[in-house]
Design a protein around this ligand. Structure first.
Ligand code: NCD
Length: 323
């Protein structure tokens, strides 16, 4: 694997290999000394043109736990605010010897451009581009779901397993969500059955051609007994016009995971949210803080998954330096 640009590019075998490598990484993260020597001497640049809390910190922690040198670059406070182009910025990173560039950008396709333009030799990891893709989020969601739904058997091992037959419902602002697009790609590759729930205004026009079932009524979807429900953030910053829904209150009433709906979910249905949460809109505090919610565990798992991705990109597929 040279780059990770889209969840769509991953075969089942590749996806399972990343999840299995992440499981090995996760085991090392329970130790007192969490640092592994695997990427000593490598340089990872975090190139963030869009705001981020967890994804940037998670990639930074992942690279550092593998002993890589990390350079954090955020567009605010850099020459990007003086109008420097992606190309010139990329060439600066190249000149500094970056081995991997982790990029988040508001333009869909920016990581692809970086990877294929010939501006840099580094591996490119997409950390979220516009409304297009966020593959490491999909991988950490799949990792979390596999761990809790498919089970680690008696030996605590989920190695080699996928999500065949698992029912997953994704709710909310699908049209603006790179998390939803990446998850649909990866979850279906892993054999899961995906259902979307949203008002028609928050679904893309071409949803008919996606490999999903669509419901407009959350209560009807909950009656189908999903194994997991992924709540999406209402992405107000991507809504250039008003009118996607009448009001936040109305949205919460129709599409929010409130106390009543949590209590109607199966006792084992996992609740996920990529963060940041709008508590009281798409998810109630009751749901976010319930014992069925794996939202903070998603963050923990994100570090192991990003370690796996950086490792497979930069160190090849042998497990040297990981034990
Ligand atoms: C997501 C993102 O930025 O796409 N968050 C994240 O990476 N944890 C989802 C979101 O912002 O709603």
């Amino acid at each position: 694997m040279k780059h990770l640009l889209s969840a769509k590019d991953l075969t089942r075998t590749e996806a399972v290999e990343i999840l299995d490598t992440a499981a090995t990484m996760a085991q090392t993260q329970g130790r007192e000394i969490k640092k592994l020597p695997a990427l000593r001497g490598k340089t990872v640049v975090n190139l963030f043109y869009e705001d981020s809390t967890r994804t940037r910190i998670s990639f930074e922690a992942a690279a550092k736990r593998l002993s890589a040198d990390v350079i954090n670059f955020s567009a605010k406070g850099s020459s990007v605010s003086k109008g420097e182009s992606l190309k010139d910025t990329a060439q600066t990173l190249q000149a500094m010897g970056a081995d991997a560039v982790v990029v988040r950008h508001s333009a869909s396709g920016a990581p692809q451009q970086l990877a294929t333009s010939g501006w840099i030799n580094a591996g490119v990891v997409n950390a979220g581009d516009g409304t297009h893709q966020h593959p490491t989020q999909a991988l950490l969601d799949a990792f979390t779901l596999r761990r809790h739904l498919v089970g680690e058997g008696n030996d605590g091992d989920a190695h080699g397993k996928d999500l065949a037959g698992v029912k997953i419902t994704i709710v909310g602002d699908v049209v603006h969500s790179r998390v939803a697009r990446s998850n649909i790609d990866l979850l279906t590759t892993l054999g899961a059955r995906v259902t979307l729930v949203a008002p028609p205004t928050l679904l893309p026009a071409r949803v008919d051609s996606w490999p999903v079932e669509v419901y407009y009524d959350l209560d009807v979807a909950i009656d189908q007994n999903p194994d997991a429900i992924i709540m999406l953030r209402v992405q107000a910053e991507r809504m250039s016009t008003a009118g996607f829904f009448p009001s936040a209150h109305e949205y919460a009433r129709l599409y929010g995971l409130d106390r009543n709906r949590v209590n109607r979910l199966g006792a084992k249905t996992a609740i996920l949210h990529p963060g940041p949460m709008n508590r009281g809109i798409e998810i109630s505090a009751y749901a976010a803080d319930s014992s069925q919610a794996f939202i903070t565990e998603q963050v923990t798992n994100g570090v192991a998954v990003r370690m796996a991705v950086l490792y497979l990109l930069l160190a090849g597929s042998t497990q040297e330096g990981v034990s």
